[in-house]
Structures are given as C-alpha cells and as structure tokens.
Design a protein. Sequence first.
Length: 205
Amino acid sequence: MTYPDHLVGASLAAASAADPMGASLPVGYHHVRRRWLLGVDDEAFAAAVECLMSWQMHRRAGLRIDDSTPHAAEGVAVAMSSGVGPLRLQVPCLVVATVDEPDRQGFAYGTLPGHPESGEEAFVVQRVGSGIDQACEVWVSIVAFSRAASRLARLAGPVGTFAQECMTDRYLHALEKCVLPASTGNASMTLPPPVDPTDGSASQR
C-alpha cells in the first residue's frame, strides 16, 4: 500500500456510517463524499450490488479491467487503467476491506505502487427499509481520501481533483444504468455537473 497502515479501511468505515456525508476522514487528504439514491425496490438493490461487486460499474465508467479479475473480495488486486495508447494511465489497487450484510454490501480499495494518487476509496450499496409494510430505498455511498503521489499528479493540481470528481459522477451514472432495467419503481434521474474542487466535493441526492 502507498498510504499508512493505520488508515486502511477508513473509507469503508465512513461509507458504512449512519451519516456518510458527515463521517470523519483522515486529515491532509482531498475528500470525496457522495450519497445517491439509485432505486426504490429490492430488484434495484440486487442489480446495484451485482454491478458494483463484479466491476461492471468501473468498466461502464470507462476503466479497463482484465476479464480474469474476479468479483471484489478482500485481498484481490485489480489492475485498472484509463485512456488509450501513450496516454493510458495505470491505477493499480488492492481491495482492503468488504462489507457483506443483508442490507449493505460493498468494498474499499487502496492504492498500490504505480498509482498516481495515494489513498483509498469505498463504495457501499445500502437498502433502507424493506419488507411487506415498509418502503424500500436503495442508496450508494462513495467515500474517498487521496493525495498526489506522483509528479504528474502533483502538476495536475486542481485539474486532477476535477478529474476525480468527474470519475465519481461516471460511477454513479454507470450504477444507474445497471439499476434502471431491473427496477420497477425507479425513474430516470439526471446527475448534477461535477462538483467544483474548491467547493468541498460533497453532494447528496
């Protein structure tokens, strides 16, 4: 890992908290916090979990992941890349923790040597309220902390931060595309523009 051992799992703890938007994250890092409504039925929950844990969300967001990469599980190394040709950027990560509960599933991965950033990101899909007499909402929380680890990332400055915000929006859009065909109670939703990197980088729908 390219960040301190005592911080491993911090993003997943925050994303799994009762209030992911207000959960504490390590100081000295750029923070991303998003909580997004994906659907309103059990089918939406199942589709979102499968999309997330099978790396479909990442692939649909434009990242390249080897077809042999298994479902996300603790200890799984994933070699991701974005871009094409000489502009392709390698972003290797290791799944450091998972959550597997009846109404909450997800994982966190941390950066490995060769990644332009140093830090961790977590993705958690949660079903809130389920049963015959209760409405169901399906939410995803994305929480990350990171800072530049390469000369290129340091030179990118706010542009790199903006790119991270754009990728987070692509993750959300990819999950929605996975959920909509499966859900009977979800309507098409439009994502907001990427968050200004100087403006706190947190949003909730």
